[in-house]
Design a binder for this molecule. Structure first.
Ligand code: GDP
Ligand code: ZN
Length: 366
């Protein structure tokens, strides 16, 4: 029981359900019969992946077929491992369908190298008192969360700095949105228990938010309670290799799983195209009544969104926020994908393409 494991994950032997395995994964896995076993990716090093299985953590490469297709597993992915004891090898041969995913770039493509994290259930959008507490920024992060398919929870950190912490939530997220808002202090620990309901066993969480709002502090606090080294790792390939990669998927004390990696910490608005309509469902709904399918709601004839503003059914400020976010989305997307030069020219063409992308995204993930 003294295996010294210095790899990227806590050495865990957890039942699959506690790793986040659901009936959907079970169904998708049903076709595998024989020397296969399922697992969940804890981290990736250039060409090998650390995978948590019911029998502990293993190190595995991917099959040539996956490599050829550019299907690289990401942290959080459930994968199918082909175990060949006689050859002493373990290889990832498939990625089970992702329930949710965070990806770089705006397209949300699956099966590329762009996926930052997969199968996340809940996104903690961290913001902070006296820092970047404003509705517009929160909307941007909400769009990212919605685009991923995961459920957002807004955390207002640094409550200790506020004179009236209870009032912080006002104005950040409309109460009508139904999005939970939790006020706490990662520094003092005050109110930390309020996020417990979102940390159910087997649920996977991530934290996103602007720099300086206290994500690291909160992550450390969550992990602090969870440092419980366990022994007994079995290496299928028997090599017991030591690695230096930073772990990315953690099992918290209460049984929730947390994914934390640099990609997530840097996640920008560019990932959020599909989240625009989820963030502004009211505008999206109205837009169905616009005369032109690619209406930008900027003064085109027969624009149902403008009419709603004129009637007083939609606040001009909200439409303004919508436009701002749409512009940022395109800007970030362009920056990520084709560089700044062509950005301006393609701008509005891209925006009119949203509806289509949103629909494709939905068709795929719902
Ligand atoms: P990150 O960039 O989002 O990871 O933010 P950090 O966790 O690095 O925190 C940025 C700064 O805010 C650090 O100086 C923290 O000590 C401080 N900080 C984090 N949480 C709190 C809090 O709840 N209250 C106060 N007053 N400061 C905090
Ligand atoms: Zn319109």
């Amino acid at each position: 029981m003294n295996d010294q494991y210095t790899g990227c994950g806590q050495p865990h032997s957890l039942p699959l359900q506690q790793l986040g395995w659901t009936d959907e994964h079970e169904d998708a896995y049903a076709k595998y019969d024989g020397p296969y076993r399922p697992g969940r990716v804890a981290c990736r090093q250039k060409t090998v992946w650390e995978v948590l299985t019911e029998d502990g953590q293993v190190t595995a490469g991917i099959s040539g077929a996956m490599r050829k297709l550019g299907r690289y597993p990401a942290v959080g992915d459930f994968v199918v491992l082909l175990v060949r004891p006689e050859a002493g090898t373990t290889m990832i041969v498939d990625i089970l369908p992702r329930k949710t995913l965070f990806s770089r770039g705006a397209s949300g493509r699956e099966g590329t190298d762009q996926v930052i994290a997969a199968n996340v259930d809940t996104v903690f959008i961290v913001t902070a008192a006296g820092h970047d507490l404003n509705a517009r920024r929160t909307e941007r992060y909400l769009a990212i969360a919605h685009a991923s398919g995961a459920r957002p929870v807004v955390i207002i950190n640094k409550a200790d700095l506020a004179e009236d912490p209870a009032s912080l939530a006002e104005g950040v997220v409309p109460a009508s949105s139904g999005i939970p808002v939790v006020t706490l202090s990662a520094l003092t620990g005050e109110g930390i228990d309020r996020i417990e309901p979102f940390l159910a066993p087997g649920k996977t969480i991530v934290l996103i938010g602007s720099s300086g709002v206290g994500k690291s502090t909160l992550i450390n606090r969550l992990l602090d309670r969870s440092v419980q080294e366990t022994g007994g790792i079995r290496d299928y390939d028997g090599k017991g290799r030591h690695t230096t990669t930073v772990r990315q998927l953690f099992v918290l004390d209460g049984g929730a799983l947390m994914i934390d990696n640099p990609g997530l910490r840097e996640v920008g608005i560019g990932t959020a195209v599909a989240g625009l309509s989820d963030t502004f469902p009211d505008i999206q709904e109205l837009a169905a009544g616009c005369r032109f399918a690619d209406c930008r709601h900027e003064g085109e004839p027969g624009c149902a969104v403008r009419e709603a503003v004129e009637r007083g059914d939609l606040s001009p400020a909200r439409l303004e926020n919508y436009h701002r976010l749409a512009r940022e989305l395109v800007f970030e997307q362009e920056k990520a994908e084709i560089g700044l030069v062509r950005s301006e020219r393609k701008r509005w063409k891209q925006i009119s393409g949203y509806a289509k992308q949103v629909k494709e995204h939905r068709d795929r993930w719902e």
